[in-house]
Design a protein around this ligand. Structure first.
Ligand code: 5RP
Length: 294
């Protein structure tokens, strides 16, 4: 139906209002395609720019890890508090309800166990299956300085290429060999190599000295793994410092699911990550929630 008059038409087109052109909220991600950005925006909260990923993929090389023996009983209650679940396709298909609204980061490298050389990984999931599972990113372990450094880097670049075809980001997970020094120099090297070769974001460990140089020299977002279980306040301090020193979130496992109160702990971690709450206040929150439950 024709418009009533020309004045009305001019109003509806807002000819005097230029269309906004906004940059994407995540570091180094502005030139990515729409699907990549949409998926990253399901992992990282566009308001805080941060993420709390719950890492529960440990079984892929070490079997039923403490706290992960019964994912249906121990982990599903934590799901509402995580931004993202990081896990294997076996656990995803067998235990996670398909109506979850949480984004999924799928572990796609594997092939070794704690009984053998861990760096000898291959790609263990087809891109088609990642698409079928509607994942928001794919995680590949990269062993810089490890025995199979080259193969692990090429695993990552293959997934970057395959994921780019379909708009699925790749998370490079930097793994540190038992005998290697975990310091800022090593993590600058490892994270930068992964970013240069196309990883869309990178998981690394926090180091107390010089972590801000790791985040500054990495052109894409960094999230930290929690590592071995610490006293809850110490884990919150680590998460807090990492955020203050430039991390875009955590991909935390044992310090959440091995906590005395995992539901309280994940909420305390959220306070530190999304609200920049101090570790002391977050620890108070942890204790309050823990005591409420008991
Ligand atoms: C295993 C992983 C884990 O997801 C990672 O180590 C995070 O878990 P945690 O916080 O327990 O260290 O990538 O290879």
């Amino acid at each position: 139906m024709p418009d009533i008059d020309g004045t009305n038409e001019a109003k509806q087109y807002f000819t005097d209002v230029p269309q906004k052109s906004e940059s994407y909220f995540l570091k180094g991600s502005n030139s990515l395609d729409w699907g990549m950005k949409n998926r990253l925006g399901r992992i990282f909260n566009p308001v805080s720019g941060k993420t709390v990923m719950l890492a529960i993929d440990h079984g892929y090389f070490q079997g039923p890890t403490t706290g992960l023996e019964r994912i249906d009983l121990n982990i599903l209650p934590l799901e509402p508090y995580a931004d993202t679940l990081m896990l294997t396709r076996g656990i995803l298909r067998s235990i996670i309800p398909p109506d979850t609204q949480k984004s999924i980061v799928l572990r796609v490298s594997g092939g070794t166990s704690i009984l053998k050389e861990l760096s000898n990984e291959d790609l263990a999931v087809d891109i088609e299956d990642a698409i079928r599972l509607n994942v928001s990113a794919m995680a590949v372990q990269v062993f810089i300085g490890g025995e199979h450094e080259r193969e692990s880097i090429i695993n990552m670049t293959k997934m970057v290429d395959r994921g780019t075809r379909y708009g699925i980001p790749t998370l490079a997970v930097t793994a540190v060999g038992k005998d290697m020094v975990r310091d800022a120099k090593y993590f600058r090297l490892a994270t930068r190599i992964c970013a240069e070769l196309g990883a869309h974001y990178i998981k690394t460990y926090y180091v107390p000295e010089g972590f801000e140089t790791v985040t500054a020299s990495c052109p894409v977002p960094i999230v930290i793994a929690g590592g071995k279980k610490l006293f809850e306040l110490d884990a919150l301090k680590m998460a807090y410092r990492s955020i203050q020193e430039g991390a875009a979130g955590v991909d935390m496992g044992r310090n959440i699911f091995q906590s005395h109160s995992p539901i309280a702990m994940i909420q305390a971690v959220r306070a530190v990550v999304h609200d920049s709450e101090t570790p002391e206040k977050a620890f108070d929150l942890y204790n309050t929630l823990k005591n409420k439950k008991s």
